[in-house]
Design a protein around this ligand. Structure first.
Ligand code: ADP
Ligand code: MG
Length: 305
């Protein structure tokens, strides 16, 4: 396995990345409520879970009490609104804001369930709109001025047009990958692109992990993926059919009363992202054991059947 992948990563120098992110005042905990963190959620390969992750992390952080703005910058492939169940409430997008046809607050849709969570779409579905770097930067600055503490940008995949403009205002990035060699190789490329755009505070989320396949040596472990890319790990999310159910319902997984393992994993990633000192949930401990322990942790053992 090592031979196939050895030329993949330049083995980014984690120490220097961390040092750079420490120099960045916008990384780490938010102690000052006026400070905000602008984070792009990106990947090399498409379809690896960016939008699912943006919706769940955003909702989870809002539930933790932070003011969160989610930006759907995947122009032409917009679907963050569907995952949040907000598709019928979008009258205006950033296009109209930048063209002076409406105010920012008219395009920034507040979630009814959590009023501290808002969504802004860059353009309507199937509408090609080339937002410039400057346009994107101005837009994010205006949202920061409204007092949002976290601005999560759901980005196009790294090789798509629009990627470079969408990441312009960000100081941090989350790279999504699945434990497959194609997605990992593309994640490595996107990590290079982020570095070239001076985004050094980068964290990894490995999605669609199958502990049973890892056990039978049919899938790379989360640790393997992390070591190959040399990017600090924020979270690992298991493959879970509930993701599809929650997408269809327009309710992010983290809203369920009784969380599934993927919901717990997203919540764990959100807590780590805001700077809480939670340990990473280890998906590779025997499935039932970790699931039961995680549920016990969140709800107490009497709630678990
Ligand atoms: P992207 O935004 O990167 O294109 P999406 O978030 O739209 O990816 O996810 C692509 C597809 O994969 C969707 O159908 C989604 O429901 C599914 N998916 C994402 N994460 C998981 C998961 N952990 N388990 C099962 N299905 C998932
Ligand atoms: Mg998407």
């Amino acid at each position: 396995m090592i031979n196939i992948y050895s030329n993949l990563s330049k083995k980014r120098d984690i120490a220097s990345t961390l040092a750079k992110s420490l120099e960045n005042p916008e990384s780490g905990n938010i102690n000052n409520p006026n400070q905000s963190r602008v984070i792009v959620v990106t990947s090399g390969k498409g379809g690896v879970g960016k939008t699912t992750t943006a919706a769940n992390l955003g909702m989870s952080m809002a539930r933790l009490g932070y003011r969160v703005a989610l930006i759907d910058a995947d122009i032409g492939l917009r679907n963050l609104d569907l995952l949040l169940g907000l598709e019928n409430r979008i009258l205006y997008t950033a296009m109209e804001v930048l063209d002076g046809q409406c105010r920012l607050d008219q395009a920034l849709i507040r979630d009814k369930r959590w009023k501290n969570l808002s969504l802004l779409s860059i353009s309507k579905n199937r509408q090609r709109y080339n937002i410039t770097r400057q346009g994107m930067t101005n837009l994010i600055e205006s949202i920061q001025n409204l007092g949002y503490q976290f601005i999560l940008i759901d980005c196009p995949a790294g090789i798509d047009v629009g990627f470079v403009n969408a990441i312009a205002p960000a100081k941090e990035a989350l790279i999504l990958t699945t434990p497959e060699i194609t997605a990992i190789r593309d994640a490595d490329r996107v990590a290079g692109l982020l570095e070239a755009n001076e985004i050094y505070n980068v964290k990894l989320i490995v999605n669609r992990v199958r502990p049973d396949m890892i056990k039978s040596n049919d899938m790379m472990s989360v640790r393997d993926v992390q070591e190959m890319l040399g990017i600090p790990l924020l979270g690992a999310i298991p493959e879970d059919s509930h993701v599809i159910i929650s997408t269809n319902r327009g309710e992010p997984l983290v809203m369920k009363k009784r969380l599934t393992l993927s919901g717990i994993a997203f919540e764990n990633a959100a807590r780590r992202l805001v700077g809480k000192q939670d340990y990473l949930i280890d998906l590779e401990t025997p499935y039932k054991g970790i699931f039961k322990r995680a549920q016990d942790f969140f709800f107490g053992s009497e709630n678990v059947d």
